[in-house]
Each structure stands twice: as C-alpha cells, then as structure tokens.
Design a protein around this ligand. Sequence first.
Ligand code: NDP
Ligand code: 2IT
Length: 444
Amino acid sequence: MNLEKIMHDLEKKNPGQQEYLQAVKEVLETIVDFVNENPQYDAHKIIERITEPDRIIQFRVTWVDDNGEILTNTGYRVQFNNAIGPYKGGLRFHPSVNIGILKFLGFEQIFKNSLTTLAMGGAKGGSDFNPKGKSDNEIMRFCQAFMTELWRNIGPETDVPAGDIGVGGREIGYMFGYWKKLTREHNGVLTGKGRNWGGSLVRPEATGFGCVYFANEMLKLKGMDLSGKTIAVSGFGNVSWGAITKATQLGAKCVTISGPDGYIYDPAGISGDKIEYLLELRATNNDIVKPYADKYGVEFFEGRTPWEVKCDIALPCATQNELNENDAKNLLKNGTIAVCEGANMPCTPEAVAIFHREKILFGPGKAANAGGVATSGLEMSQNSMKLNWTAEEVESKLHHIMISIHDNCVKYGREADGYVNHVKGANVAGFIKVADAMIDQGVI
Ligand code: NDP
Ligand code: 2IT
C-alpha cells in the first residue's frame, strides 16, 4: 500500500473535504504496516474500496416555519459500507453539516461499529438545518419533511439511523412517527426511540457511560481508576450528560461543561441536581451554558474552552477538532494523565501527536464513544426479538462491550516499549473484520 499516493489521489478526488481527509489519513497511517504485512488486502484493493462510500443520497428538505415562510435545507445519507451488517449511524442536524463532515463521520462509523462486536455497517446522515431557537412544531415539521425523502432509503435490515448532534429523543420520535405513517410499519428502523415504543433502556446514557468505562479501562493499564479523579468535560449535550453521570457514580469529580458561548468551572463538582439541570438547559434550545453559572454561582469563562483548567482526565464531548495543539500542551502542563474522546474526532492530529509523544493515555472516539452505537445495536436486537431487556441487562452488556473494545485496542496497539497506542489498536482491529468480510463477499 502506497500511503502517499492513496492520500494524494483522495485529496484530488475530495477537494475541500478536510475532515474526511483528516479521518482517512489517521486510519491509513496507523494500518499501513499491518496492510503491508498482509498482501491479500492490497490484492483485493481494499483501501481503495473502503475509502469510497457505497452511495450518498442527497435531497431537498422544504418545510414551513411558524410564520408561514417556506424554507429549504439539504438532507443527506452517506451509506458507507455494509460488509458486516446493515448500514448504521446517526443523523446530525447542525448548520455546519456538509458532505465532507458526513463522510468523515460515516468513515469513522465503519471502524467503530466493527469494534462493537455487533453486526453493523457504517453510515451517517443529517442536514444543515439549525435547530437553535426553533419551536417544537417547527422541529416536528422539519423532521417530517426530512423523513418524506429519507424513508425510501432506510429500513430495519437496510439502514438504521439514530441521533447525533441536534438529534435526540424528540427528533427520533417525530421521524419515527412519520416513517410509520408512510410505511404502516412499526419496527426497529431507527434507534434511540422512546422506551414505550421500542427504545432500549440506557440508550440515552450509553455513549457517555461507555466513554467513562473505556477511560476506566485505560487507567487500569497504569494501575489506577477513576475514583477521586478530577475531570474536565466539554459540551453539555447528550454525551456530556451521560459521561458526567457515570463518572460521578464512579467517584470522580467533573468540574466543567462548555457550549459555544464558553465554559463553566464548578470546583465543587457537577453532581446530583446539577446533572439533571443539564437536561433542562439543553431543552431550552438556546445552546448556552452561562445559565448554569448564574444558577449555581460559579465562574463562566466566555469564549474559552475547558482545557485550561487543572484536571487528571479530559473528556472532550462536544464536536470535531475542539481540542488543539495548544490545549494539549496546557493539559500536559497541568498534569493530565488521560484524554478520552466522547465526541467524534474532537482532538486535532497535532494534539494527538503530543499525547502519543508524551505517552499519556489517549482513547480515540471510534473506540471510546462506541457505547452509543453498541447500545443502538442492542436496541435492534431487542426490536428483532420483540423483547425488552432490563436496564441492568443492557448496561452489563454495554460494559462488557467496552471492555472488549479496550482489550482489542491493547491487542493491536501495544508498542515495543509497552505503551498502548489505542488509535492504532482501534484502527487495526476495526479494519480486519470489515476488510476480511469484503474479501469474502467478492468484487461488488
Ligand atoms: P448534542 O447536540 O446533544 O450536544 C452537542 C453539544 O456540543 C451542543 O451543545 C453543541 O452546541 C456543543 N458544541 C458544538 N460545537 C461546540 C464547540 N465548538 N464548543 C463547545 N460546544 C460545542 O450532541 P451529542 O452530545 O449527541 O454529540 C456530541 C458529540 O458526540 C458529537 O461529536 C457526536 O458526533 C458524538 N457522538 C454522539 C453519540 C450519540 O449517541 N449521541 C454517539 C457517539 C458520538 P451547538 O449546537 O451550538 O454547536
Ligand atoms: O457517532 C455515533 O456513533 C452516533 N451518533 C450514534 C450512532 C447510532 O447509530 O447509535
């Protein structure tokens, strides 16, 4: 495999898709040795095939706001790879959504889903729709307009979307309702459903819980655990909420959350009622964290990110490329021992290089945040069986999956000096299963 030539060709073919090229480069750089030691992958042109989505569906979404104005957005679904199972991955509603971002997320999802041990291919979709400030009725009309086009391309055995930034339980409800109206079917076409109509217990918490379980496994490599640790968390959405909940249960203290407006620093720790308040804050649709500072009398740092506070562990849980080289240096200066990605690709390549150079623990998103999609997989299983597992059963399966993902990272990521490069481990382990399935299934 000629890494330089492949990247050069991809750059030419996908101009301006920085996030996609960044995600591919990271994977290829870490699997190149493995691929070169196993010539069957080159012989079957797996790299050329796995970096090209199976198909991309793009469509117009036209809807009417509360003032009667007609608005148009773009909707997408990137069906990247279904070698090991039906396409699976979230939907993102955010003004920054474009094809490059969805291709990066869909590509990551292939490897992440492979790591979960479940049968799920990789996909991602969404729209440049901005939910901020929209009324409940506007959100509903948008979701219905979005599903009017998407429904033809998805199905419980074909492609199973779920939530991501800007898409939570409410949006899944509106989309599921419209799917049901159009198809007259009630099934597992979406995950993250309400618990009374096919949803799995623990799915809302799963991404954050899984990330914290993964961080704990990483710490065990150094003979430590989470109890008594101080944690800086970014974002204040679904993933941050789940991570803060589980970290607090395990005896750690989370001292920050952040939004696009800045971050709050709560030295006493975000626990008890304060965690539930995060849900309230999110439900206002205003996307600001400052009200937390006003309510609990703590400091708000406008326009800044949490990576300047002293913490043992950093959990970036907001969005891609939110933690850069300077932030990485700051964390190290402040004695941080582990960084574990709740979001997808929140650390820039320069930041990751610093973590690896300094040999601190670093958990990449495709491994560390795989608990969300893994629990989506468990929701699909329950839907297929027409049975519901208890919260304890689901959480125990989630916990075992996270341990198994971590074990795989160690198996393929341990370096000569004993340091575990979780990025390499996750990429190689995720790749093998998909690449071997592609070979088995012939040239398609
Ligand atoms: P939410 O929409 O619930 O929350 C995302 C939060 O991050 C929003 O508050 C958003 O605000 C904020 N945010 C965005 N950009 C920034 C920024 N630059 N600085 C600070 N905050 C910012 O999304 P989720 O919690 O679901 O998703 C968060 C991350 O986790 C994403 O990377 C997602 O892909 C990933 N993820 C989610 C999973 C899930 O199951 N939900 C599973 C695995 C990964 P704003 O909208 O104003 O930008
Ligand atoms: O990035 C992700 O893994 C998600 N947004 C969850 C996807 C899913 O299908 O549950």
